[in-house]
Design a protein around this ligand. Structure first.
Ligand code: ADP
Ligand code: MG
Length: 491
């Protein structure tokens, strides 16, 4: 066992996790009918005869859902099956009027593949078993019905891609990193809107523990983790619970559990004894799903550069640290914004700092996406160029950013806009060494006590003098230059 593996042990146990994720596909209509999938409609206004399972209706495959499955398969290096099969998964529940869910069982459309991500500076890969197409069920509503329950079938027939991993994940931190990377991939290629509150991206975590080298332990499945924060809490609780059980001499029973965010605990919903036998069989109403190789190649030709590939390119081409590259590839819009500003200014690292700091802070405060940033990539490049050539200090850059953000720039080329604002706001850094020397002399004369302290070996007194000079220059002195002049004067 490697040092890293050993460091992941919890009380001497190895944690083993496999994920099943339901990603709602971003089609306009349902997987087997033409009803709309828009979220938030009045109950039962978006369920047509097919979704209601009225006798005599037949499902018709939505090509857009298949295309999205192909895109996913290509994004994660899977085999896209030439021929896959729809199967009926039989069970009874009030929100499933057909009495079965159409899914894929023996031959799924997407087979194999892997999702890679960084955890700190360690690269980790999680193998995928499969991803299959299926329909969602309706929803039971238990509020506002005077003690009765209502059924809303709007969600029935919504297209889902269920993405299943091998049990390759070894900690709650890895689980969250995997889920975030998967979320990034499906939203990046645009097959899912990724909205976790609305249930568009739902994760189930299968968790077991074992002594290192032992066969796999019995797993319990935590259902419907709809936030990354709850995911980590739920898995951490579950791992401790299982270890305590085993240490107390019990065996883990296979079960499905729910996480309660109020108590921070997982609670069994059903055990294996209650598990349904789904009696899967091929759906006679749907022919095998045939995917021509031409179709796969057409989709491949239109695939965007993927986030991990882009991040690696940012490291190679712009010398960015891995952390910066990963942060800047959160969305295609952010990657493009960085790249444009980096190319225009030739200052990739400075641009990266500004996007991760000042720009992100302002975007978050305004709940804006970078695509809606009031400051364009070209304006950021112009600002950064003036910091790089010492025209303005970093602090003056922030004031300049405020002005740009507030839309104070006059019409014109970005560099001309930025230069005009530097002029009109008097942000120019003092680069005249004669003027700076005069200020330094004044400050030294007025602060004899600090000078004496510095000469007596107090480093702090020097910083106080730097502060005084910056203040006397109204913040326009170049801090590096102030340091030099002060050191020279103090001998
Ligand atoms: P089922 O058919 O009951 O859904 P699968 O074999 O499809 O079971 O596994 C479902 C998920 O559980 C997969 O992500 C798989 O990696 C994971 N898994 C299977 N066995 C274990 C285990 N012992 N511990 C943790 N995860 C597991
Ligand atoms: Mg399964």
């Amino acid at each position: 066992m490697s040092k890293k593996q050993a460091s992941l042990l919890v009380q001497g146990y190895e944690v083993v996790i496999g994920f099943e994720t339901h990603a709602q596909l971003s089609t306009h209509s349902k997987i087997f009918s033409r009803a709309s999938v828009a979220f938030g409609a009045e109950p039962n206004t978006q369920a047509c005869a097919v979704d209601l399972a009225l006798p005599g209706t037949l499902p018709v495959m939505n090509k857009g859902a298949v295309e999205r499955a192909i895109q996913f398969g290509l994004a994660v290096g899977s085999h896209v099956a030439e021929r896959s099969i729809f199967a009926r998964k039989n069970y009874f529940y009030p929100d499933l009027p057909k009495g079965y869910q159409i899914s894929q069982f023996e031959i799924p459309v997407v087979q194999g593949g892997e999702v890679s991500f960084f955890l700190g500076d360690e690269k980790k890969s999680v193998r995928l078993v499969r991803a299959h197409l299926e329909e969602d069920a309706g929803k039971s509503l238990h509020e506002d019905f005077h003690g009765l329950s209502g059924i809303d079938l709007n969600r029935a027939g919504t297209p889902l891609l269920e993405i299943v991993t091998e049990p390759d994940i070894r900690s709650s931190a890895e689980a969250v990193a995997y889920a975030k990377e998967l979320h990034k991939i499906v939203t990046w290629i645009g097959i899912c809107d990724g909205n976790m509150q609305e249930g568009s991206f739902r994760c189930d975590a299968n968790v077991s523990v074992r002594k290192p080298g032992a066969p796999l332990g019995t797993r319990r499945e935590i259902k419907n983790l709809n936030s990354f924060k709850f995911m980590q809490q739920a898995i951490d609780f579950e791992v401790r619970w299982q270890i305590d059980r085993i240490e107390d001499g019990y065996e883990i029973e296979q079960a499905t559990v729910l996480f309660d965010p109020d108590t921070g605990e997982t609670r069994a919903m059903r055990t294996k004894e209650d598990a349904a036998d789904y009696r899967y069989f091929p759906d006679p109403d749907l022919p095998p799903l045939m995917i021509e190789r031409d179709w796969v190649e057409r989709v491949r030709a239109e695939m965007p550069e993927l986030p991990r590939v882009q991040a690696e390119r940012f490291v190679a081409d712009y010398g960015l640290p891995e952390y910066d590259a990963t942060t800047l590839t959160q969305s295609p819009a952010m990657g493009a914004y960085f790249e444009q500003a980096a190319k225009l200014s030739g200052q990739a690292k400075l641009v990266s700092n500004w996007i991760m700091g000042e720009i992100s802070r302002r975007l978050n405060a305004g709940e804006l996406d970078i695509a809606a940033s009031p400051v364009s990539a070209a304006q950021l490049a112009a600002l950064v160029a003036r910091i790089a050539d010492n025209t303005i200090s970093n602090n003056a850059g922030k004031q300049l950013m405020d002005a740009l953000w507030a839309g104070e720039a006059i019409a014109g080329e970005p560099q001309a806009q930025v230069d005009a604002l530097i002029e009109s706001k008097g942000l120019k850094q003092m680069n005249d060494s004669g003027a700076l020397e005069a200020i330094v002399d004044e400050v030294l004369a007025a602060n004899e006590k600090n000078v004496a302290e510095y000469r007596a070996g107090k480093e702090k007194a020097f910083n106080a003098l730097v502060g005084q000079v910056m203040k006397a220059s109204k913040g326009k002195a170049n801090p590096g230059q102030v340091n030099e002049v002060l050191k020279a004067r103090l001998g």
